[in-house]
Ligand binder design. Structure first.
Ligand SMILES: [Zn+2]
Length: 226
């Protein structure tokens, strides 16, 4: 049986009254999840819904085959291969997410305009500091990169900036301690109370740059976000 006659077989079998609602349900679930994964902005939830959609389609095809009692499952194997390849691609993308961010934000090495920022981070972690053009003061880490916005450079004094950089350097150093999917949420320098990881990053920052500098960086940025 080739793939075309297999599709024919699907069409024929799926119109059977006892199969249609069952497979229809899976199709609706898959489409809903897929649409959700396209609409959701938070990367973590987005990935979850996308993977769930994949699994739902896989289940739909597998159960249809089972109910149809087809002996040959070419399209099932093809889809399974597709799921495997796309999963590898997704996780590959995550691995190089910071490269993508550099391009998307049109970020440039911060060492070019403020040499000390890169030198300071070099002593703490093997990471590259990038700045990008945005008035909103923001700092976050992804992979082996630390991103700071132009607005942040304008808002903070050197000591406060050191506290922020040390905080982000701690994230880079402890990437492996952060759950893989959580890394996607970008490790931002914002007051997220109650997170153990943020607390440990803050402790490190206070140790390196002093707790006063950390506190005043936080209060300046909190004012911006309120
Ligand atoms: Zn953080």
């Amino acid at each position: 049986m080739n793939i075309l006659s297999e599709i024919d077989c699907y069409g024929l079998c799926l119109t059977l009254p006892d199969l249609a609602p069952f497979v229809g349900l899976f199709v609706v679930i898959s489409i809903t999840l897929l649409a959700a994964s396209l609409m959701i902005r938070k990367p973590r939830q987005r990935l979850f819904t996308f993977v769930s959609a994949q699994v739902a389609v896989l289940l739909a095809i597998a159960s249809a085959f089972y109910l149809m009692r087809c002996g040959y499952m070419l399209s099932f194997y093809l889809y399974a291969a597709y799921v495997m390849i796309s999963t590898v691609i997704i996780f590959g993308v995550l691995r190089f997410y910071d490269r993508i961010l550099v391009r998307r934000l049109d970020a440039r090495p911060a060492g070019n305009i403020m040499e000390w920022t890169q030198e300071f981070v070099d002593r703490l972690a093997s990471a590259t500091v990038y700045y990008y053009d945005s008035a909103i003061p923001r700092a976050f880490a992804s992979g082996r990169s630390i991103f700071i916005s132009f607005g942040l450079l304008e808002t903070l004094g050197d000591d406060e900036l050191k506290a922020v950089l040390a905080h982000e350097a701690w994230h880079v150093r402890n990437n492996s301690r952060t759950p893989y999917l959580k890394q996607l949420a970008l490790m931002t320098f914002s007051s997220s109370k109650g997170s153990e990881i943020e607390y440990m990053a803050d402790c490190f920052a206070a140790e390196i740059a002093g707790s006063e500098a950390l506190k005043s960086a936080r209060s300046k940025l909190d004012k911006v976000f309120i």
